[in-house]
Design a binder for this molecule. Structure first.
Ligand code: C5P
Length: 400
């Protein structure tokens, strides 16, 4: 279960340029398992099409207060009661002013007035409008009424100005929503989590290497999920094509030896160590100084065993809670449990890489998780959802 799983989130979109980001926002909320309905203002439709929002949310988009048909389907009071949480993003200066003063002249402001659900506002406007006394005083009133204000961010604005007033980026908005539903006991605040991710590259000569197909997506999803519940997160990353999740530290490495060095340096200060990287089991014994020329028909490379990073972390005197991964094609349970014991892990997450559409390079995964005494199954879902469930499991097992 992710924190947003099954939560009914009403997204109110008002008419700012940042509205173009809302289809992505809806998709990411849905990734977290939320049920999303969207209300747009008339001017929002100039920036984003209701049809796009309908397609990504899987629900009708509501736009009019005075539409009999729409009121028959889900009227404004029903919508207001339906929501567990209302997020107004982007919230223009005009919409903020209307909400502050109880004006209910369109569907969005009416729903805000009629709902008992917590309401978050993600302001998006020109920096001058943001700093205007009227806007700032409205926000003071809203804060006093327990409205949540997400952002705004600072930077280049669509109008050419630079300053405060940009709507937060989608991942920041998701983090802020998750935080609102955060269960206090599922917090990792004050903890340091170290996560290895991605493949390693074992050099053959200055231009060639041996590697594997790991995309790093699972490790990065875990980093993001751990960060969302308040952990300080360090990713020790092999070469991947992924952006660093917001708020995480990242140490880039290439070879298994480099990853080992970074892990042994970081792990003693860590509370949780997750080995998600697909570390090459062997490296080239003698890396050539110069590019190897093709002369003979056959070339023999001698491989030597790499250190087992997760096993070495688990041997540390002051070891963190250590979680390993096992990618198996058969006898998943037996092999995974064998590794759990052999490497002295606290937990192991096994995935069946023989199954289509999960594991390596995929956006989805399913896991069988074993501690020394228990077994848990995490069903096939997006890596973001699977990561959140695994992180929650780790928190619970670690606090036993
Ligand atoms: O033994 P095997 O490679 O199947 O074990 C997989 C687990 O061990 C993963 O958690 C992986 O990150 C970790 N591992 C490691 N160092 C290695 C090999 C694997 O940390 N050299």
């Amino acid at each position: 279960m992710t924190i947003l799983q099954g939560k009914k989130i009403l997204l109110g979109v008002s008419g700012g340029i940042a509205a173009y980001k809302t289809p992505e926002l809806v998709r990411r909320l849905k990734d977290q398992g939320a049920d999303v309905r969207v209300v747009v203002t008339q001017s929002a439709k100039e920036f984003v099409s209701p049809l796009s929002l309908q397609a990504v949310s899987g629900n009708d988009v509501s736009e009019s207060l005075l539409d009999r048909q729409a009121e028959l389907a889900m009227g404004h009071i029903e919508l207001a009661k339906w929501a567990d949480f209302i997020l107004v993003a982007p919230a223009t200066a005009n919409t903020i002013a209307k909400i502050t003063h109880g004006i209910a002249d369109d569907l969005l402001t009416t729903v805000c007035l009629a709902s008992a659900a917590p309401i978050a506002i993600a302001p998006a406007m020109n920096q001058q409008m943001w700093h205007a006394k009227a806007t700032q005083e409205n926000l003071i009133v809203l804060r006093n009424r327990q409205y949540l204000i997400f952002g705004p961010g600072s930077g280049d604005q669509a109008c050419g100005d630079v300053g405060l007033g940009r709507m937060l980026d989608v991942p920041e908005l998701i983090d802020a929503c998750v935080e609102q539903f955060q269960d206090a006991e599922l917090s990792a605040a004050g903890q340091h989590w170290v996560i290895t991710a991605g493949p390693t590259r074992e050099p053959i000569d200055p231009v060639r290497y041996i590697s594997n197909h790991s995309s790093g997506k699972m490790g990065y999803a875990l980093a993001q999920a751990a960060r969302r519940i308040g952990a300080k997160v360090t990713i020790i990353s092999g070469p991947v094509n992924l952006a660093t999740p917001l708020g995480c530290d990242r140490i880039d490495v290439e070879s298994a030896l480099e990853m080992h060095r970074a892990a042994i340096a970081q792990a003693p200060q860590a509370d949780v160590f997750i080995a998600c990287a697909a570390v090459a089991d062997y490296r080239i014994g003698q890396v050539a100084d110069q590019k190897i020329k093709k002369s003979q028909d056959e070339l023999t490379l001698t491989l030597v065993k790499n250190p087992d990073i997760v096993a070495d972390v688990a041997k540390l005197e002051d070891k963190p809670f250590v979680v390993g991964f096992a990618a198996e094609t058969q006898d998943v349970e037996a092999y995974a449990k064998g590794k759990l014991l052999k490497k002295n892990l606290d937990m192991i997450a096994a995935n069946d890489v023989a199954k289509q559409g999960q594991g390596f390079n995929s956006d989805q995964n399913a896991l069988h998780v074993f501690s020394t005494t228990e077994k848990f199954d995490i069903a096939l879902a997006s890596k973001a959802q699977v990561a959140q469930q695994l992180v929650e499991l780790i928190i619970k097992q670690n606090s036993k």
